[in-house]
Ligand binder design. Structure first.
Ligand code: ADP
Length: 931
C-alpha cells in the first residue's frame, strides 16, 4: 500500500512540473508539428519562432541529417507491405545494443510521457525530472546510442479505476491468476516481498520504442524547483510492457509489437489511405505549421502510400486528446488505425477552418480600425494644410473676431471691453467645460448684434403715400402720422424712434398697416405679440447663469433684422399677462420710454443696447387695460372701424382682389353686384372691422370656384358668374344680424342709446316700465347685465328724473309712487359705463310723462346728479353705429363736439346732431316735441 501511495505522489509531482513547463512544451510541439490549444495564427508563429532555437539546441537538425542512415528508416523503406518496421541494420553508435532486432531489446528504460503518446516515425521533445532517469540516460548516451520505451502516463481517474478493480479482483478467483501474474514480476526485484501492483501501472501498457536523440539539461531556477532535462525522442515501433524489472530508474520488460498483416491491394485500405493523404493536404492549407512534420516525413520515408506509417503521421498531426491518440497507438489493425486517424484528421481540418475564420475576423477588425485611424489622421492633416481647421477653439475665436471687427468702431467703449474680455476668457477655457459653452453662446450673441449698423431708409413722402394707399383704404390718421414722421426725419436728416399705438376693434387693419409702414419707410420689419405674455424674461431676457438662457425678444429682433433701426410691431399690448415672474408691462416701460431705451439693458446681454432708433408700433383693442405709465409713453392713434361706404370701398379695391386670387379665379369673370355687396355689408358683416367681410368674400369666391370647376368637369365651361342679392343666401346662408332696430317707433319709456364696445359702436335701447303703483312706492329695479358703474348711473338717473319731473310737471307724482323696472336688451351681453345716463333719465321721463321720444333720435352722455351732461368716449364708433341703425338725430355732450367735428364728412353726412351741456337741453330735443 505504501508503494501505491508513493507512486501517486510521484505522479502528482510530475504533473506539477509539466504544468509549469506547459508553455515551453506548447512551443516545442508546435515546431514538432502538433498544434494544441491554438487560437490564432500569430500565436503559432510566435511559438514556431521560439521553438526553432530550442529544436536546434536539441539537435533536431542532426536527427534529420542522421536519418539517412537510420536503421529504423531503412526498415521502413524495406518492408512496406508487411508493415513491420523492425530493422536489423546497425544504428549510429547505439551501445545498448543497436536498434536492430527486437530481441536485442527485451528490457528498456521506461520514460513516462506526461502528455501525448509518441507515434512511431515522429520526433517529440519530452521533459523529465527524475534525476536518476536523467543520470542513467546520460550514462547511456555517453556509452553510445540510447533507446528507451516511451509510455504515456495514465490519467488520475484511470489509475483510481485500476486500483478499484484490483481490490475487487482480490476477492474474485477468476482474476486472481491474472493479478498474480502481474505482481509476481515485481517480486524480488528490489528484494521487497510486496503483494502490490506493478509500479509501472501508472503508464499505459502500449508505448513506443524510441531513440533518445539528445538530452539537454535545464538547470533549476525559480520556475524549476528541481533540475530537469528535455529529451528529444524519435519513435521507432510499438511496445507492450510486460512487467517491471527494476525501479529507479524503471526498467521494464517489453514485447516488440508488429502491425497486423493487411492486404496492401485492398481497395478500402487504398481508398482510406488516399483520403488520409488528401486530408493531410487540406490540413496543411489551413495550418502550415504541419509542413515541417510532413517535410521530415517525406525526407525520411518518402512513401505516402505506406498505410500504417501514414496513419501514425496523420495521428501525430492531430490535436486530439491523449486517450484518442493512445487508442491509435494501441491499434495494431492497420484498417482500424487508418479509420481512427482519418476521423481525427477531419476534425482537425474543421478546427483549422474555424481557426482561420477567427484569425481572419480578428485581422479584419484590426485592419479596419487601423484604416479608419489613418484616414482620419490624413483628413486632419489635409484640413490643416488647407487652413480649414486649426483647432476648434482658435477657429471659433477667429470667427468671433472676424465678425466683430467691422463693428468695432461703432461699439460703445464699455461693450468693446466686455467682448474683448470674453474673447480672452474663451481662449483660456477648456472646450469641454460648461463655462466654455456659456461664454461661446454669449459671444455668439454679442458679436452678431448690429452694433451701429443703421439700415437704409427711404424718407420720401410721395413714395410712402403711394405704398400706404396701395395697401389700405382710409386710415387717414395713421397714414398722416407716418407722413409726419417722415417729414420730420427729412428735415432733421435722421429719424428718431417713436412709439405709435393703434387702438381699435379687430379687423380694422392695425397689424397689416404696421407691415405697410415698414414697406413705406423701406425699413426691416419685426413683429411679436405680447398677448398673454406673463414672463418678463421674454422682454428682458434671462440671466446668463440659467441653463438655456436667452436674450429677450428685442435683442433677438436686432439679431434677426441685422440693423438697429427696424420697425417693430408689438401686437396686442392691451392683453399683456401678469405672472408670478414679474410684470411684463413694467419691463415694456423701459423698452418704450424714449428717455431710457437708448440704453436698454437686457439681462442676458448685460451691456446697454441702443433701441432709440427703433420705430415701435403697438396695437391694442382697448386702452383701458394698458397700464397708465405705459400709455403715457405712447402716441395713440384710434382706428374706429368703417362705415358701410368705406367697407364697400375696401371690399371692392382690396379684399375682392385677394379673395379672387386665393380661390384661383383670376381668369374667370366674376362679379358681386352693388346691391349684393351692400346687403352683405349691411346684413352679414356689420362689425367695425373688415375681417369678417373678408371671410365672407372668400367664402363666396370659394363657392364660385366650386361651381366653375364642376361645370368644367361636366364639359360646360362657365364664362362669367354674377352674384346678386338673391344668390347671397346660397353663398353665405342666412344673415346673422337681424336689424338693430327693435322698434320702428319707440313707445313711451323706450329710448335709443349709443354704446361703445371693443368691437365698435352699437345702438342700444333702454326700456322702462311700471311694476307697481301706490303711495310712496317709487323704486327702481334694473336688469340686463349692468356693471357697477351703469347701476350707479341708473340710480342717479332715477333720483334726478324724480326732481326733474317736478320742474316740468309739478303735479306729476308718477315716479314717486310707481316702482319701475328698467331693462337694457341683449340681456346676455354685459354692459357698463356711465354714458347711458341721459338715455336712462329720458326713458323714465318719457314713461312718467307718457310721451314717446322724438322718432329716429339716439343719445349718449353721462349726467351728474345736478343734470350736467359730461363728455363720453367713442364718438366715431357711436356715430357710425347710429347711422347703421337709421338714426337721423343725435344728441352728444357738448364736450364731444370737437371729436365729432373731426369725423370725416362721409360719416357725418345726413345726421342732425345736438350738442348739449345740461339735461334740460336733452329734454328739449327729445321730449319737447309735438307728436
Ligand atoms: P387687426 O390687426 O386690426 O385686427 P388686421 O390688420 O389683421 O386687423 O386686418 C384684417 C384684414 O383686413 C387684413 O387682411 C387687412 O388687409 C384688411 N384690412 C383692414 N383694414 C383695411 C383697409 N383699410 N384697407 C384694406 N384692407 C384692410
Amino acid at each position: 500500500m505504501t508503494h501505491l501511495m508513493r507512486a501517486y505522489a510521484r505522479r502528482r509531482w510530475a504533473q506539477t512540473v509539466f504544468a509549469r513547463e506547459g508553455a515551453l512544451n506548447v512551443c516545442v510541439r508546435a515546431r514538432g508539428g502538433r498544434v494544441r490549444d491554438g487560437v490564432s495564427g500569430a500565436l503559432y508563429n510566435t511559438s514556431a519562432k521560439l521553438a526553432t532555437p530550442l529544436m536546434d539546441k536539441l539537435g533536431a537538425g542532426d536527427i534529420r541529417r542522421a536519418r539517412g542512415s537510420n536503421a529504423f528508416v531503412r526498415g521502413a523503406e524495406g518492408d512496406g507491405a508487411s508493415g513491420a518496421s523492425f530493422d536489423s541494420g546497425s544504428s549510429t553508435g547505439g551501445i545498448m545494443v543497436s536498434a536492430g532486432h527486437p530481441s536485442s531489446h527485451p528490457q528498456v528504460l521506461a520514460v513516462p510521457l506526461p502528455r501525448r503518446p509518441l507515434m512511431p516515425g515522429i520526433i517529440m521533445p519530452v521533459k523529465i525530472t527524475d534525476e536518476k532517469l536523467i543520470a542513467e540516460l546520460e550514462d547511456m548516451r555517453n556509452r553510445g546510442q540510447a533507446y528507451v520505451g516511451a509510455f504515456l502516463q495514465r490519467s488520475d481517474e484511470a489509475i483510481a479505476a485500476m486500483a478499484k478493480s484490483r481490490h475487487a479482483s482480490d476477492d474474485d478467483d477468476v482474476f486472481a491468476g491474472l493479478s498474480k501474474a502481474r505482481t509476481t514480476t515485481t517480486m524480488g526485484l528490489d528484494g521487497e516481498e510486496e503483494e502490490e501492483r506493478d509500479p509501472a501501472d501508472h503508464m499505459h501498457d502500449i508505448g513506443t520504442f524510441a531513440q533518445v536523440h539528445n538530452i539537454v539539461r535545464i538547470p533549476a531556477d525559480s520556475n524549476n524547483e528541481k533540475e530537469a532535462a528535455t529529451l528529444l525522442l524519435l519513435g521507432h515501433r510499438r511496445l507492450r510492457k510486460l512487467g517491471t524489472m527494476k525501479r529507479d530508474p524503471m526498467v521494464v520488460k517489453v514485447e516488440h509489437l508488429k502491425d497486423e498483416k493487411y492486404d496492401a491491394n485492398n481497395d478500402i485500405i487504398k481508398a482510406t489511405t488516399n483520403e488520409v493523404v488528401a486530408t493531410i493536404k487540406d490540413l496543411l492549407k489551413t495550418n502550415p505549421l504541419h509542413k515541417e512534420t510532413l517535410q521530415y516525413f517525406a525526407q525520411n520515408f518518402n512513401d505516402f502510400q505506406d498505410p500504417p506509417k501514414l496513419a501514425d503521421l496523420g495521428a501525430s498531426m492531430c490535436s486530439a486528446d491523449d486517450t484518442q491518440l493512445q487508442e491509435i497507438l494501441e491499434a495494431l489493425s492497420v484498417k482500424e488505425r487508418l479509420d481512427a486517424t482519418l476521423e481525427l484528421l477531419k476534425k482537425e481540418v474543421e478546427i483549422g477552418k474555424l481557426q482561420a475564420d477567427i484569425g481572419k475576423k480578428v485581422e479584419e477588425k484590426i485592419s479596419g480600425d487601423q484604416r479608419r485611424y489613418f484616414l482620419m489622421e490624413q483628413l486632419k492633416s489635409i484640413k490643416k494644410e488647407l487652413g480649414m481647421e486649426r483647432d476648434d477653439k482658435t477657429a471659433l475665436i477667429e470667427k468671433f473676431e472676424k465678425r466683430f471687427e467691422p463693428k468695432r468702431a461703432s461699439v460703445p467703449e464699455e461693450t468693446k471691453k466686455v467682448i474683448d474680455e470674453e474673447l480672452q476668457k474663451l481662449s483660456g477655457l477648456e472646450p469641454s467645460s460648461s463655462e466654455f459653452n456659456v461664454t461661446r453662446n454669449y459671444l455668439e450673441w454679442l458679436t452678431s448684434l448690429p452694433w451701429g449698423i443703421v439700415g437704409d431708409e427711404k424718407l420720401d413722402i410721395a413714395h410712402a403715400q403711394t405704398v400706404l394707399d396701395a395697401d389700405h383704404y382710409g386710415l387717414e390718421d395713421v397714414k398722416e402720422r407716418i407722413l409726419e414722421f417722415i417729414a420730420v426725419g427729412q428735415l432733421m436728416g435722421s429719424t428718431q424712434g417713436k412709439i405709435i399705438t393703434m387702438v381699435g376693434p379687430p379687423g380694422v387693419g392695425k397689424t397689416s398697416i404696421g407691415q405697410s409702414i415698414a414697406t413705406a419707410l423701406d425699413r426691416k420689419f419685426y413683429r411679436f405679440s405680447v398677448g398673454g405674455m406673463s414672463d418678463v424674461a421674454e422682454i428682458k431676457g434671462h440671466r446668463r447663469t440659467y441653463v438655456g438662457a436667452m436674450p429677450g425678444k428685442l435683442v433677438q429682433c436686432l439679431k434677426t433684422t441685422g440693423v438697429c433701426n427696424p420697425v417693430v410691431l408689438i401686437d396686442e399690448i392691451d392683453k399683456l399677462g401678469r405672472g408670478y415672474q414679474g410684470d411684463p408691462a413694467s419691463a415694456l416701460l423701459e423698452l418704450l420710454d424714449p428717455e431710457q431705451n437708448g440704453t436698454f439693458l437686457d439681462h442676458y446681454l448685460d451691456v446697454p443696447v441702443d433701441l432709440s432708433k427703433v420705430l415701435f408700433i403697438c396695437t391694442a383693442n382697448v386702452l383701458d387695460t394698458i397700464p397708465g405709465p405705459l400709455l403715457d409713453r405712447m402716441e395713440v392713434v384710434r382706428l374706429s372701424g368703417y362705415i358701410a361706404d368705406e367697407k364697400v370701398q375696401i371690399a371692392r379695391t382690396y379684399l375682392e382682389k385677394t379673395a379672387k386670387e386665393k380661390s384661383g379665379l383670376k381668369d374667370v369673370s366674376t362679379n358681386i353686384t352693388d346691391e349684393a355687396m351692400a346687403k352683405l355689408i349691411g346684413d352679414y358683416c356689420r362689425e367695425a372691422g373688415v375681417r369678417n367681410l373678408q371671410k365672407h368674400l372668400e367664402k363666396i369666391y370659394r363657392k364660385v370656384a366650386l361651381k366653375v370647376a364642376r361645370a368644367k368637369s361636366e364639359g360646360k365651361p362657365i364664362e362669367s358668374i354674377t352674384v346678386d342679392v338673391g344668390d347671397l343666401f346660397d353663398y353665405v346662408g342666412h344673415p346673422p344680424f337681424a336689424t338693430d332696430r327693435i322698434y320702428d317707433v319707440t313707445p313711451p319709456g323706450v329710448v335709443t342709446g349709443l354704446a361703445w364696445t371693443a368691437m365698435g359702436g352699437s345702438t342700444l335701447y333702454i326700456e322702462c316700465t311700471p311694476v307697481d303703483e301706490g303711495e310712496g312706492k317709487g323704486a327702481l329695479k334694473t336688469t340686463g347685465q349692468l356693471g357697477d358703474v351703469m347701476k350707479e348711473s341708473s340710480t342717479i338717473a332715477h333720483t334726478f328724473s324724480r326732481h326733474f319731473l317736478e320742474t316740468k310737471e309739478p303735479g306729476n307724482t308718477y315716479l314717486a309712487n310707481t316702482s319701475l323696472h328698467m331693462h337694457v336688451p341683449a340681456g346676455a351681453t354685459p354692459k357698463d359705463g356711465p354714458s347711458a345716463g341721459c338715455t336712462m333719465i329720458t326713458a323714465m321721463m318719457s314713461l312718467a310723462m307718457n310721451k314717446p321720444v322724438k322718432p329716429n333720435l339716439a343719445m349718449t352722455g353721462e349726467v351728474t346728479l345736478t343734470g350736467r351732461v359730461l363728455p363720453i368716449g367713442g364718438v366715431k364708433e357711436k356715430t357710425i353705429a347710429a347711422r347703421r341703425s337709421g338714426v337721423k338725430t343725435l344728441i352728444f355732450p357738448e364736450g364731444n363736439k370737437k371729436d365729432y367735428d373731426e369725423l370725416s364728412e362721409d360719416i357725418r353726412e345726413g345726421l342732425e346732431v345736438y350738442f348739449v351741456s345740461t339735461y334740460e337741453e336733452v329734454y328739449q330735443h327729445a321730449l319737447n316735441w309735438d307728436a
